[in-house]
Structures are given as C-alpha cells and as structure tokens.
Ligand binder design. Structure first.
Ligand code: SAH
Length: 215
C-alpha cells in the first residue's frame, strides 16, 4: 500500500471533522493526524474506511483506536516538542507515530509479541521511530527510563497502575482510561508534587483491557 493524494484528501477531511465537529483545538495534534498515514497501520481490506471515525481490528484481537479518541487523548496529554512520553499499549503503532511526529521523545510498550513486531517494523519503515520500543508489561512502566513528562495509556485498566504514577515527573501528566471491561472513564492525573495529584475526568470510552504480563 502507498500513501496517495486520495489518502491525503481523506486525511484532510478527517482533520476538518475533528476540528469543526469535535472541537479539537491543539493544532499540533491536528497537524500530526493530517500527516500520519493511518491506512498503513491497518489491514488492507479496511483501507477505504481508514479516515472515517472508526476503530478497526488489528492482530491479537486488539484494535486501532478511533481517530477521535487518539485526538482527544493526545490533546488532553498536552504534548510539546521534546517531551519525554511513555505510551502503554503500542498496538498498531499509530498513536506512537502521532507522538513521534509531534516531536516527542517516545518510549512505547506492548505486551503482545505480534503487535510489538508489527509496530516496530512499521514505524521504522515510515521513519517515525520511537526512541525506545519495548516488549513488556506496561503495569511496570520503565523504571530505568523514568521519570517521564507525560504518560499515555491506550488500554483500559480496572485499577490505577500506581507504578506509572511514580514514574511521572513533578508537573507531569498521565492520561488513562479506568474502569470495568465494558466501559471506562478517561482521566488525566497531574502530579503537582510528591503528595498532591490532581485528577480530572473526561467522559466515557471503551478501550481494550489492560492485562498483566507479556504474551
Ligand atoms: N495505541 C494503539 C492502541 C492499541 S489497543 C494504536 O494506536 O493502535 C491497546 C493495546 O494495549 C493493545 O495492543 C494491547 O495488547 C495493549 N496492552 C494491554 N495491556 C497491556 C500492558 N499491560 N502492557 C502493555 N500493553 C498492553
């Protein structure tokens, strides 16, 4: 598959939709979504729908998130050029590509071997390589690489992974869906200091579950 003018045109429509209908304001997020070829992260049978606001199955019974979810989560993360960002749940690699294209220093983790292999190869091919691409359990984070400016979790956790909060810098932010398997609430945690953590909530979502251990 290639990235043609048809795909570029569809991406532009998607960006207009995210800005005008969903109210996404962060121009850096919109620019990244307008740049990264989402169709190349999915199976070719879905190519014609890649720029609709839909989630699609990827390997290992996982999904590539809706573009609106990627846009909203990334906007909430308030990513700036050079930020050191930990992503839990690499999946297809699309969200990682968005973060890399925004100039973040990305550390990404995936527990499924097939998805780790797929995303590693894909991001390399597209010259959107994260700084560190790791096959491992995101509940543990990356203590050796911590602390991070930002942490984004793209799977739904039933309980708050406290290890991740520890790996956040003072002033750092973590965006994470929390709740039962069927439905989660998206939260943003901001670490004010070692004792004080601000918690904000941003409505209902449905993510694939965050699961312990590698597979
Ligand atoms: N950001 C991805 C979304 C993929 S879905 C994208 O843009 O395509 C979420 C991913 O989280 C799945 O691939 C799933 O395998 C992974 N995941 C679930 N629990 C995890 C854990 N404990 N550690 C790392 N990855 C996990």
């Amino acid at each position: 598959m290639r990235d043609t003018f048809v795909h570029k045109g569809r991406r532009k429509h998607l960006v207009d939709y995210l800005r005008d209908r969903l109210g996404i304001k962060d121009e850096d997020v919109l620019k990244a979504i307008g740049t990264v070829p989402r169709h190349l992260f999915m199976e070719s049978i879905f190519e014609g729908y890649a720029y609709e606001d839909r989630a699609f199955p990827i390997a290992a019974k996982q999904t590539i998130s809706h573009p609106s979810t990627v846009a909203e989560q990334t906007e909430l993360l308030e990513v700036r050029q050079g930020d050191k960002v930990l992503e839990v749940g690499t999946g297809s690699g699309y969200q990682s590509a968005i973060l890399v294209s925004m100039g973040a220093e990305v550390y990404t983790m995936e527990r499924q071997r097939d998805l780790y292999n797929f995303s590693y190869k894909k991001l390399q091919e597209l010259f959107l390589k994260p700084k560190f691409h790791y096959y491992g359990d995101g509940f543990l984070g990356l203590p050796d690489k911590a602390p991070f400016d930002r942490i984004i979790v793209t799977c739904g956790a039933e309980e708050l992974p406290t290890e991740l909060l520890k790996q956040l810098k003072i002033g750092g932010k973590m965006v994470i869906p929390l709740g039962k398997r069927e439905e989660q609430i998206l939260y943003r945690f901001t670490k004010r200091n070692d004792k004080e953590i601000e918690k904000e909530s941003f409505g209902k979502y449905r993510f694939v579950p965050m699961v312990h251990n590698r597979e």
